[in-house]
Design a protein around this ligand. Sequence first.
Ligand code: GLY
Length: 351
Amino acid sequence: MVDLTRRRFLQSAAAASTFAAPVAARAPRSGAGWLRAPVAIASGNGLQAVELAVQRMIEGWRPVDAAVAGVELVENDPNDDSVGLGGLPNEDGVVELDACVMDGPSGLGGAVGALQNIKNPAQVALKVMRHTDHVLLVGEGALRFARAHGFAEENLLTEASRKAWLEWREKRSARDKWVSPDENGEHGREWFQKYKHKTGTIHLGAIAANGDVGSCTTTSGLAFKIPGRVGDSPLLGCGNYCDNDVGTGGATGRGEACILANGGSFVVHQMALGKSPLDACLEACRRVVRLTKVKRLLDEKGRPDFQVQFYAANKSGETGAAALYAGKYAVCDAAGARLVDLASLYDEPPR
Ligand code: GLY
């Protein structure tokens, strides 16, 4: 586990103090005073990401830029099959990425959806926020915009993700012309079930020591989705939201459920009404359960048969996260970077 000790924090803070002016110059708006250290919260695949984000904020980076720097580690990791390079592709075998960013102090956001060939969509989302009067660009338009800003194009399909797609293609149906040599479709349905709701994603919420907030979510989305499908991750208010007077809220897991629940903004709104980050996330989980009504999405006990996780941080640096089913999330604060158990409505791991 990556450990950011208090001593390293103090050393870093001392080293950074000479060039921390962009953040340090702004007075805290909460009236609650300065935090002991910046804070970052992320999904369970973000342990190194939260540590880097906190480090960047100590160096004076804006929270939104620190969040994007953190998630970039995961976007560049070919072994994470839910984000950036190596993300599982759409049903045509093409990787399509979604991301959004939000900057608390300016109240601005930027996003890209169904972006192909660019492994760092969160960076492109930052450019949308800073270089356009729009919030969301999708598909070919997003790619052309990324090209205009000098992003390099590359094939995002790795050998592992191509093989996973091919296996899915061969086994998903016994009624098409794709055939799996080893199973010939016999067990294909079971395998298809396994990938039915396969999502991953990284969300990262960042709170600077002065209470400014920023956030980011980036993903390759639902595995083997219909081309053009956009999940919650690039939709501000769904997979990601922040309000500089309140804090950050974000989600990972089944994007359709989070969109229908407006998860990110719901979490932030709950905190604005006075709930702790943990209680805000638990309330969002209950909302997903309440809104999930169709039988095809319920298990034999009547519970949603998919996973959704919510993450929250407030301006005072308190964090919390909750999910329908058990799991972990990552946090970094004055005590260092660590993985923590998610609070969950149900004890089991996700199906
Ligand atoms: N939460 C990621 C997605 O469903 O696309």
